[in-house]
Each structure stands twice: as structure tokens, then as C-alpha cells.
Write a protein that binds this ligand. Structure first.
Ligand code: AMP
Length: 293
């Protein structure tokens, strides 16, 4: 496995791959089973697998966890090696932003996709994401790129960027990988320190699961689809009351139903609904989402 950090080093190995299909898995490192599942999918669909590990400062807000973000590089490289990754690209900030980040050209996704949910609470986040992903596509020239459905709004933004800018990359989604408890795997889960915090973190998947179950039961019973607002309100109150405990505060940032194809908010929990959630468990921000069908 080659570990490289500059475009010149990459160009040299890219040439050797000739006509082989290259799949890219972009990550910020601190790899877990969710990332590994994406890498395995890349391995199945392409001849050559490249994993990028870059904690992109442009997608972090001033109050966010950029400086604390976990960076266990040696462990990440060992995992990539085990999975037969061909190359890991770990550029420095100076390689990706040689002129700094203040005056850099950026990719601004359409407001209709970023004005709500994570985009509302993380201004500039998706511009940072789209910009770095386009840089990685241009530098690494993959034919396929794998992204997780865990970051549903991010996946929408990338897909739209690929369409709008005619990028010659096939975007391949991978379903969310969860712990047996239901908790969606995330590099940020390692910030959950106490048992009470870990228990509280289960609220997100518990809410989404219960919403999905109720919505499906209504359809199976031949009733009209449930009203999204009342169902989400009732179920979240129920779950948050159950999962709260001493020493832990759970604060829902958003909980909403959208059409899974357009990401437009919807008012009933029909077959096309996707439910999105973000919450703070003490000061750890977690996100999750689930399709009703
Ligand atoms: P990150 O390192 O958090 O930027 O994530 C890198 C990629 O892994 C993104 O495409 C994420 O959507 C994906 N990912 C992160 N967590 C999961 C998970 N639990 N299941 C599936 N994909 C995930």
C-alpha cells in the first residue's frame, strides 16, 4: 500500500494504473466499521482503491471541533492495509490550500439544498465539503467515489455537484452501519465518555426507529399515512424522557421528515419519507437518518 501526500507522488502511481478503474473513499480518518464498509464496497466495484484522509478545515465552523478531531493515522493506515487498499492520500492543509483558505475559489451548493438541517446550523459547512471533494476528484481522478448514507444531506450535495458540474465520477452510496444498539457509527462517538452519554446517544436511532415502525404500522393497517409533525413530536418527547438521565443533557437540534429524493420537507410519513435528526448529547453533536420504507 502506498501512502502519499502530494499530487506529484500521486501522479506517478496513477500513471502505473493505466486503464484500471479507480474508486475513491474520501474520509477524515479515525476510521471505524462504517468507513471500512465503504472501502469494502470500493474494493468490489473497482480495480484500484484509494482512500483519502484529510480533516478539512474549510468545513468546520469557528466553534467546532477541528483542533480536537481525532487523528489516529497509524491505526487508520493499518486498517487500510488489512483491507487491501492500494493507496492512501493524506495531504497536509498546505497541499490542498496552498494559498490559504481566505481567498480560495469555492463550490457553493444551491441554497435550496443547504438552507435547512445541517446546513442551517453549520453555515458554510457544505461549501467546505463540496470544495474539498471537487479538489480530491480533480487531484485523484477516480471513476467511482463511495459516500455513506449516514451523511444524507452531504450525499445530496455531492450528487447534485456531480450533475451540475458534469463531473466524470459515479457516486456510489453505502447504507449506514450501526452498532447492535442501533447507534450509527461515527468518529465523534469517541467523544461520548460516560455510560449516561452513550445511553443518551441512542435517542437518535431510537426515535427514528419508532417513527419508522409507527409509520409502517399505519400503512399496513390501511390507515392514511401519519402526520409527520405530530408523530415526530410525540415520539421524540417519549424517547427523550426515557433516555435522559443524571449528568446528561440531550438537545434535539432538528428532527424532520423530507422526501428522500428531493430533500423537501413533507407533512406525511408515506413510503418516500426520510426522517433526519441531529442532537447534542452534552456537547457532542450527532446526526442520523432513516428511510420509512
Ligand atoms: P467522515 O470521515 O466522517 O467524513 O466520513 C467519511 C465517509 O464515511 C462519508 O461518506 C460518511 O458518510 C461515511 N460514513 C461515516 N459514518 C458512517 C456509517 N456509520 N455508515 C456508513 N457510512 C459512514
Amino acid at each position: 500500500m502506498q501512502v502519499i501526500s502530494t499530487a506529484t507522488e500521486y501522479d506517478a502511481i496513477y500513471q502505473q494504473w493505466q486503464d484500471q478503474e479507480v474508486a475513491l473513499v474520501p474520509t477524515m480518518g479515525a476510521l471505524h466499521e462504517g468507513h471500512l464498509a465503504l472501502i469494502r464496497l470500493a474494493r468490489q466495484v473497482a480495480d484500484v482503491v484509494v482512500v483519502s484522509i484529510f480533516v478539512n478545515p474549510l468545513q468546520f465552523g469557528p466553534q467546532e471541533d477541528l483542533s480536537h478531531y481525532p487523528r489516529p493515522l497509524e491505526q487508520d493506515l493499518a486498517l487500510c492495509r488489512e483491507l487491501g487498499v492500494d493507496a492512501v492520500f493524506t495531504p497536509s492543509v498546505a497541499v490542498l490550500y496552498p494559498e490559504g483558505m481566505d481567498n480560495v475559489t469555492t463550490v457553493v451548493p444551491p441554497v435550496s439544498l443547504t438552507e435547512r438541517f445541517c446546513g442551517e446550523f453549520r453555515p458554510g459547512h457544505f461549501t467546505g465539503v463540496a470544495t474539498v471533494v471537487l479538489k480530491l476528484f480533480n487531484l485523484l481522478r477516480p471513476q467511482v467515489a463511495v459516500f455513506g448514507e449516514k451523511d444524507a444531506q452531504q450525499l445530496m450535495v455531492i450528487r447534485q455537484m456531480v450533475r451540475d458540474l458534469h463531473l466524470p465520477v459515479r457516486v456510489l452510496p453505502h447504507p449506514t452501519i450501526r452498532e447492535a444498539s442501533g447507534l450509527a457509527l461515527s468518529s465523534r462517538n469517541r467523544y461520548l465518555e460516560t455510560e449516561a452519554e452513550r445511553r443518551a446517544a441512542l435517542s437518535l436511532s431510537a426515535i427514528l426507529n419508532r417513527v419508522r415502525l409507527s409509520a409502517r404500522q399505519a400503512v399496513q393497517a390501511g390507515q392514511p399515512p401519519l402526520n409527520a409533525e405530530t408523530t415526530l413530536g410525540e415520539i421524540s418527547r417519549e424517547v427523550l424522557a426515557e433516555q435522559s438521565g443524571p449528568g446528561v443533557t440531550i438537545r434535539l437540534q432538528y428532527l424532520a421528515a423530507v422526501d428522500k429524493d428531493t430533500f423537501e420537507p413533507i407533512h406525511t410519513l408515506g413510503a418516500n419519507a426520510k426522517v433526519l435528526a441531529a442532537a447534542y448529547v452534552n456537547d457532542v453533536r450527532l446526526i442520523d437518518n432513516m428511510d420509512v420504507e
